[in-house]
Design a protein around this ligand. Sequence first.
Ligand code: TQI
Ligand code: CA
Ligand code: ZN
Ligand code: ZN
Length: 477
Amino acid sequence: MPWSSLLVLALAVMVWTFPVPRPSDADVKFAKGYLEKFYGFRPLAGRPRRQVEFGAKGFRAKVKEMQRFFGLSVSGELDQQTLAAMSRSRCGLADTEQFGDTTRWRTHRLSYSISRYGTKMKPSQIRKVFRVAWRMWARATPLKFKRTRTEADIMISFNTRDHEDGSPFDGPGGTLAHAFLPGPHLGGDVHFDAEENWTSTISGYNLVAVAVHEFGHALGLAHSPDPGAVMFPAYQFDPHTDLQLSFQDVQDIQQLYGKSPVEPDKPPPKTPDKCDPELSFDAVTGFQEELIFFKDRFMWRSHPTFEEIRITLITSLWSDIPTYMDAAYENNGTIVIFKDSQYWEVSGLDVKDGFPRDISDFGFPDKIRSVDAALHFRETQVTVFFTGEECWRYDEEQKRMTDGYPKMMMREWATVPWPVDTAVEYQGLVYFFIGNLQLEFDPELQRVTNTRPANTWLRCADTHHQHGHRKQLLELL
Ligand code: TQI
Ligand code: CA
Ligand code: ZN
Ligand code: ZN
């Protein structure tokens, strides 16, 4: 078709569509979403949910602002032309749609482009980091990400201070990065503060960890209340475990884009629930007035005066200690943590210098490559280690294993089944944790005096499962 005919056709369409009928409710809703995203429009009754603040203005004022930008007649009315401009995206680039409370990309093939590097990390390394970060979202969904050197759906850049999007960066610290929800123009774009100390290690800010989070926003995800989620709003980087999306992240992104056509090689990790009747623990230790319960990458602290016991990441308190640990005990304010054949001593917020060390320090023979549980008695300065059906007695004052050990558990801890997950002394009684059970052992009576669900001390409101636990225990003993 010759250009002149196209022009005539276009004019005909335009003439034909005027004068404007009243925009439908759906059009108004769409326009509000659009203006909210790209022009800082805030519906008065709505909560602020935008990521970059432009300041609130009235709906008509925002429509005018947008019309001015697109070179349309500045009427403040939602006419067909205006709606068309709103729904048109950059040439050849992905479109988006409103989906429930958020916006998602309409296509599964998205392009990204790195338009400005400008930090001390090498460009090749940065490209690799972004490839890794996109792959994490791609694995969970049907989404495919391809880097281009031109205009892309998602423009990524490192910027300094004011970079003309209304959200200036603030130099080292503070804001690290931000992303725009899916959409045309700035939509989907990701900016990193070039003045941060970006690294691919534990020092400074780990670029993969922050990129995965920002890319989640660029795909339409909001923050997650799950502390195990990549979309949880707290910087977390754990050098001991591979960075991966949590079960919750996968649920949230699949809600928007659907499942991946290929099965995952390993299921995403679930954040443990303190009210799960099946909850077991890796380790439990005293900690001054508290007890700390460790599980996977998480812990719960039960301070007598804390109202509610909330789950946190171990790394939010101790950034350098291992996760998925085997055992832990407290000795005089120092926490000793065991994982495989290594142990760490933690004092205050830091791992002591020279750790981890090998557990052979305690006098274990070479065949013992890990411990199940460690139980410390404050009064006597004795630590008991459990390895399978055997137990060991370590004298903290003399720093040596007591002669005659190991002994069979049956001889010293009659009626306690093995292997145990963890053990702790608390107010003169010993508590063993075995799967989802907790056994109270009275050292004076030399027997189990009570049994409860393992998670009893986390003060879970739900106690319906107690009956089942006791029954299970009777079968165990
Ligand atoms: N940037 C914030 C963030 O990405 C910007 C932001 C987006 C925001 N949505 C928000 C701020 C809603 C407040 C409310 O979350 S940031 C993290 C965190 C940042 C923060 O620089 O503060 C990460 C960047 F908090 F998760 F650690 C990356 Cl990972
Ligand atoms: Ca900053
Ligand atoms: Zn920006
Ligand atoms: Zn965020």
